[in-house]
Ligand binder design. Structure first.
Ligand code: ATP
Length: 464
């Protein structure tokens, strides 16, 4: 049993927004022109963290498995894909407008949560913000439209994909034929998706342009519910064991009959307790044979599978674990953020897993003197091939440690005046701030060992 969940403070998102901007994780998109709603750019550290998130997902979903193939499909596809999948007619949210003072737009199904987030009863009437009267809900399609070719007419209208999954379904036969796979097997894809969300927000939690990592696992009808259980369990464990997310802050929420999509027989959300309450981190859905079925019907192509052992043909069922890179990004920041007091001063520290931290080893000469900087630079250059490193000679050593703590760097090396004599450096560990002196000749091994210790500490923190 893990510890009970702890509600993160409501102001944590604001703190993260400012830390992310100051340290170079996330910038508002087009900021010099006043920004644009729910679109963000990722700075030098944000790019590294996202690359590590993708790498971890890819490793567990593709590289470490012998039953999953990768694919990369185009963002813009033939519009008939979205007609067949039901997105043109049904990928919409109920939208209502406030007619009171704030004039905000709301997703009707989110009104109770929005009220709760503002300290009001979930079933209060009117606008969550100002209490004004709300219009009756109307359906709003979330797909972004554009045109292909020089003529802007309805025949040339296309959509930016709102999910990566459909690119997988329409390639099912291609992958099956090319790889000669037998069921069960999966196809995984990572790429950008676009949704014209009505009420985006909470920083990068709900964006209009985001990045998904989806895997469609094709299996025999009748085995799907077992596979659904398998994937719920595997995905939940991945957050704790591979990403170091605290187990106590995660839960699996099963959709009840009312909430289930029309094509799904079972869906569960892996939820995390954010400063704004429990929210979906990842969805694991049993999509039945719906998608392959409708594409077979609309395209006229045979998307069935021939089971040689059972001598029968059928449309496979599909289990889909789907998550956003940006969702994991915000989850990691919320989960890792901590404040403590060091020598009477507040210290902000990110307890990021050492395999996810944008910088694993910082190399810091004690002062800006060339006599220290030059050998420290050489050390950093040597280590670069083995670890994600950063060299920093600006500001006082105390300030540089603080910066590294804030960005989640697990280890910092200091090259001081004694290093010139004893050919050794100090390795400082982020969480306990312990320091050990290590000969430069043994540095690479010592760092690898210390990172292993950091992994163990991350595992202990995650499992509570
Ligand atoms: P919601 O009902 O909250 O709008 P959804 O359940 O339709 O979302 P899915 O279609 O299941 O979301 O998307 C799979 C995953 O993609 C989500 O679990 C989430 O991690 C991510 N995701 C979906 N929409 C967004 C978004 N607007 N911004 C960032 N990530 C998103």
């Amino acid at each position: 049993m893990s510890a009970p969940a702890i509600q993160p403070p409501a102001d944590l998102i604001d703190k993260l927004v400012s830390l992310c901007k100051q340290r170079g994780f996330v910038f508002p998109s087009s900021e010099i022109y006043g920004g644009i709603g729910a679109l963000y750019d990722f700075g030098p550290l944000g790019v590294r963290l996202r690359a590590n998130i993708r790498k971890a997902w890819w490793k567990s979903m593709v590289e470490e498995r012998d039953d999953i193939e990768p694919i990369e499909t185009s963002i813009i596809m033939n519009s008939r894909v979205w007609e067949a999948s039901g997105h043109v007619s049904g990928f919409s949210d109920p939208l209502c407008d406030c007619t009171g003072t704030c004039r905000r737009r709301w997703r009707e199904d989110n009104l109770p949560g929005e009220r709760r987030a503002r300290g009001k009863p979930a079933d209060a009437s009117g606008c969550p913000e100002c209490g004004g009267v709300l219009t009756a809900p109307r359906q709003f399609n979330l797909m972004f439209k554009t045109f292909i070719g020089p003529v802007e007419d309805s025949a040339s209208q296309v959509y930016l994909r709102p999910e990566t999954a459909q690119g997988i379904f329409v390639n099912f036969s291609n992958v099956l034929n090319a790889t000669r796979r037998r069921l069960p097997f999966g196809i995984a894809q990572n790429g950008r998706s676009f949704r014209n969300e009505i009420s985006p927000g909470n920083f990068v939690f709900r964006l209009r342009e985001f990045e998904q990592m989806e895997m469609e696992f094709f299996c025999e009808p009748g085995t799907d519910l077992d596979w659904h259980t398998y994937w719920c369990d595997a995905r939940l464990r991945w957050y704790v064991e591979s990403l170091g997310v605290r187990e106590s802050q995660l839960r699996l929420r099963v959709h009840d009959q009312k909430e289930l999509s029309h094509y799904s027989t079972a869906t569960s959300d892996i939820e995390y307790l954010y400063p704004f309450g429990w929210g979906e981190l990842e969805g694991v859905a049993d999509r039945t044979d719906f998608d392959l079925g409708v594409h077979a019907q609309h395209s006229g192509r045979d998307l069935s599978y021939f089971d040689t052992a059972g001598n029968r043909r059928f449309i496979p069922y599909v289990i889909e674990p789907a998550v956003g890179v940006d969702r994991i990004f915000i989850t990691l920041l919320v989960d890792a953020y901590d404040e403590d007091v060091v020598r009477d001063e507040k210290r902000v520290v990110m307890h990021l897993h050492p395999d996810l931290a944008p910088v694993q080893v910082a190399v810091l000469p004690l002062s800006k003197k060339a006599i220290l900087c030059e050998p420290a630079r050489r050390i950093e250059r040597d280590l670069r091939r083995h670890f994600a490193t950063e060299y920093d000679e600006t500001q006082s050593i105390g300030k540089r440690y603080r910066r590294q703590d804030e960005i989640g760097t697990p280890l910092a090396i200091t090259f001081d005046f004694d290093s010139l004599e004893d050919n050794a450096v100090t390795i400082r560990e982020r969480d306990a701030m312990t320091q050990v002196r290590v000969p430069v000749a043994n540095l690479q091994t010592a760092l690898a060992d210390q990172l292993d210790d950091c992994r163990k500490r991350a595992a202990a923190r995650a499992s509570g």
